[in-house]
Design a protein around this ligand. Sequence first.
Ligand code: NIG
Ligand code: FE
Length: 409
Amino acid sequence: MSLSLENAAQVARPPEDGLAFLRLSRANEVTLEPGALSTDGARIAAFDSDVSATRRVDCAGCAIVPGLVDCHTHLPFAGWRAEEYALKVAGRPYEEIARAGGGIASSARAFAETSDDDVLAQGRALAREMLAHGTTSFETKSGYGLSVEAERRALRLAAALADEVPQTVRSTALLAHAVPPGMAAGAWLDAIAPLASDAESPATALDIYVESVAFGLDHLARMGDLARAAGRDLRAHVEQFSTMRSVPVALEHGARSVDHLACLHPDDLGPLAAAECAAVLLPGAELLGDERVAPGRALADAGAIGVIATDCNPGTSPVASLPLIAGLAVRRYGWTAREALVAMTLNAAWVLRLHDVLGSLEVGKRADVVVLDAPLEHLPYRFGHNPVAIVIAGGEVVHVREDQAWRLG
Ligand code: NIG
Ligand code: FE
């Protein structure tokens, strides 16, 4: 199979090949020249059209961009929590809902009551929705288990989902998400320690939720030690609803990413931006949870490895569309369309350690390619419109929007 994507208005290419990430202070060096892209099997072969290709695609008026990478989702999970959203909109704070048995605990109950088949069916449907919005790689997390056995089940189901979808999937063990009822936080970390280091686990990263209603800084440090000992990356949910000063602790423990950051302390911004640690911003959770707005502009100006993701989960962000998230980031952080693109492609791939194989359009990289129905600038601007016309994963056409089928001849 070979593809020839021809006559595009824009082809988004990095300023140079071989970059592991692009600090957002350089994102505007991404080029958007008119052109073409051809594939050979699963790889990008050239930035030229190929008249002998198996399939030729008319990209007139379109932007060709890398497949989108959603590096922070909570798939797989069971059910939704619409009633909780209504309470939040009516003014009830998340912490109060969580303390009353809602929040993560309620999704843990749903997860326990739902069969493997039904959890997988919901995950597949969401992966399908993500694909139609351009996501060709995503992260899964455990975290709705709240018992060691149920966390093992979550990791097993995440691996099963990965086998069933066209996307490239990386697994994170969010082993400290909520403190199980009746248990002390420290005792829970003792209980999950063997799973954190389990060589059979598919997880490439460990994650922890640091918050007044969840785990503290000493637990974050301990998770960092567990991650280092297990040869897994440390990731952390930090500074979402309150300023805990988690970032210095996470950096000290070599975190791959710190995620949320709506309440980032101003003194922690410079060190984070200078570090080899991604700042993963989740503007869907910020909007729907009526959280503070993360300092996205300041982080970008300071040269952070800026990333955006959906945080797709049944509580704080039931959102599957990265183009929608990019629209929020551009409006609320004051980012350019190029900054948003880098933040949901190469930099997000770096978080998942996929940057060597995907995340940018380079000859030899995996042919994960999205054709947008208009120039890149329309993606944040036409907020709510899905701009994704055609999705290619590993050189295969895996999604074509109905009204765009004519482009494939
Ligand atoms: O990333 N903040 C902690 N974890 C999730 C929310 C999980 C839930 O409410 O179900 C998040 O926002
Ligand atoms: Fe999250």
